[in-house]
Design a protein around this ligand. Structure first.
Ligand SMILES: *[C@@H]1O[C@H](CO)[C@@H](O)[C@H](O)[C@H]1NC(C)=O
Ligand SMILES: *[C@@H]1O[C@H](CO)[C@@H](O)[C@H](O)[C@H]1NC(C)=O
Ligand SMILES: *[C@@H]1O[C@H](CO)[C@@H](O)[C@H](O)[C@H]1NC(C)=O
Ligand SMILES: *[C@@H]1O[C@H](CO)[C@@H](O)[C@H](O)[C@H]1NC(C)=O
Ligand SMILES: *[C@@H]1O[C@H](CO)[C@@H](O)[C@H](O)[C@H]1NC(C)=O
Length: 450
């Protein structure tokens, strides 16, 4: 330390000669934020050997407003005069010229000013003048903020304003920040903040304002204190009305479907509360409400030509509505599966005859195999109930039988009993024939009573 002191002294001496300026004292930091009731040490670093210098200085105080100023301590190496009205509120450290202020009150806020004249023993004749000012602020920590919304109930977009208020029970120089869904909010043409941001006015409210709001309060001595989150519910819509269908072919607003296909349309729109929907059929006669609710089923075989439909969504809270028009055309789409189905229906009488013949043929085969193999073989290997009971009552054979012929392997034709629910796989088979086998049960009355 002694060596450092000498170096500084030397450097300073040179600087002093060259420029007449030298930092012989240092106070860190020059702004202090203190919690009310705590003590503060205005700690002075002296960059010269105190014992090898004559000093004479003062600590003084000026209110932040600059209106009131007073001397706190006047000192030389030999004597120290402290303002007696402060009592033990102030403690001056002669060893390094630091000043301690105890139990700070808000009134103690202000500039604390150290003024020092130094006369180094080896710099005969020259006096170095040093000045330092520390701004001290005294604050009360911020308590948990409380968030409030006005009105407290859900609001309708474009028609209502919402005022958010954030308040704290304790705290000085409090600043507020606002967040929606954890994203900080800034001023805009609809977002108006009060000076300290304690209130946020949203005018008018829009759909995008919905979400979870919270405020954060802070001051120089308290990091952000978060309020609880409060939901803003906004009634809005309908927006983005759309009509969709899983079936048929869509070209813009025209849906083309195959004849015979029942088609479902779904109407969707973004809205709070949920919309009510009506479906309207437009014809030369005028318009007809044909259904209510988000789904519409159209039986295409009823249609002879293109028909116009309309889905209208209505939000009975916002009193806003939207509608989407579309056209339904019945035509053969002539592709893939649909083509197959369509051909099938056009040659249906022939197909039925051929199918029946096949069915009879397979039935004969089937029963022949059954009689040849009294124990059920692979025919019913998948029917565990049959095997577990060993019961061969004819009524167990009720159901729909599916015959699948694999080309070139007629002998190994397989038969399996399937539930109606699995019938959708029909079109994926190479050749599939269905028939319903009905046997008159041996004891019908018994089974019915059960
Ligand atoms: C000044 O002295 C006080 C106590 O005497 C001490 O707490 C403080 O750290 C000193 N400051 C410096 C800069 O050394
Ligand atoms: C200061 O002066 C004294 C004599 O008064 C001398 O002995 C000492 O070396 C000087 N120190 C410096 C750092 O110049
Ligand atoms: C919302 O605030 C605007 C001014 O920003 C005012 O003109 C309007 O009347 C207010 N609306 C309601 C419902 O208070
Ligand atoms: C708005 O519609 C809903 C159903 O969509 C209904 O339950 C409610 O009573 C309606 N409210 C008014 C004010 O009509
Ligand atoms: C038009 O209305 C008449 C009776 O109101 C009805 O008989 C006719 O089928 C309607 N035509 C169409 C295309 O809906």
């Amino acid at each position: 330390m002694e060596a450092t002191g000498r170096t500084v002294l030397y450097v300073c001496s040179v600087l002093l000669i060259l420029t007449g300026d030298c930092q012989l004292i240092h106070i860190d930091p020059l702004v202090s934020h203190v919690i009310e009731g705590e003590s503060l040490l205005l700690s002075v670093e002296t960059h010269f050997p105190l014992d090898k210098a004559d000093i004479q200085g003062t600590w003084s105080y000026t209110m932040i407003s600059g209106t009131k100023s007073r001397m706190l301590v006047t000192f030389t190496k030999e004597n120290v005069i402290t303002d007696m009205t402060y009592g033990d509120h102030l403690v001056f450290r002669e060893s390094n010229l630091s000043l301690e202020i105890k139990n700070l009150k808000r009134d103690d806020e202000g500039d604390y000013h150290l003024s020092l004249n130094i006369k180094l023993h080896n710099q005969t004749g020259s006096i170095i003048k040093e000045e330092k000012t520390v701004l001290v602020t005294v604050d009360v920590p911020v308590s948990n903020p409380v968030i409030e919304k006005s009105p407290s109930y859900a609001v309708i977009e474009d028609k209502a304003n919402v005022t958010w208020t954030c308040s704290v029970e304790k705290g000085t120089r409090v600043k507020f920040k606002w967040f929606r869904d954890n994203v900080a909010l800034g001023a805009s043409d609809r977002y108006h903040f009060s000076q300290d941001s304690a209130t946020l006015l949203i005018s008018p409210v829009r759909k995008e304002d919905k979400g979870s709001y919270h405020c954060v309060a802070s001051n120089p001595v308290t990091a952000g204190q978060h309020s609880r989150a409060v939901e803003l519910i906004v009634y809005y819509g309908p927006y983005n009305l759309e009509v969709n269908s899983g079936q048929g072919l869509r070209t813009g607003e025209v849906f083309t479907i195959n004849p015979g296909e029942p088609v479902f349309f779904e109407c969707q729109a973004d809205s709070n509360p949920p919309n009510s929907y009506v479906w309207i059929s437009k014809s030369s006669n005028g318009t007809d409400i044909i259904a209510e609710g988000p789904l519409l089923e159209v039986r295409s075989y009823k249609l002879a030509q293109a028909e116009e439909y309309l889905c209208r969504a209505f939000n009975n809270v916002t009193q806003k509505q939207d509608e989407a028009q579309f056209t339904l055309v019945v035509a053969s789409l002539g592709t893939g599966k649909e083509k197959h189905t369509q051909e099938g229906s056009s040659v249906s009488p022939l197909a039925i005859t051929v199918c029946s013949l096949f069915a009879i043929g397979f039935m004969v085969l089937f029963f022949l195999r059954r009689t040849c193999h009294p124990k059920r073989g692979r025919f019913f290997s998948d029917l565990s109930t049959f095997e577990s009971t060993g019961h061969e009552d004819a009524k167990e054979d009720f159901g729909i039988y599916e015959f699948v012929s694999i080309p070139g392997k007629m002998e190994s034709a397989q038969a399996s009993c399937r539930s109606l629910a699995r019938l959708e796989s029909i079109q994926d088979m190479h050749t599939t024939i269905y028939d319903v086998i009905r046997h008159v049960p041996e004891t019908p009355s018994h089974s019915l009573l059960k």
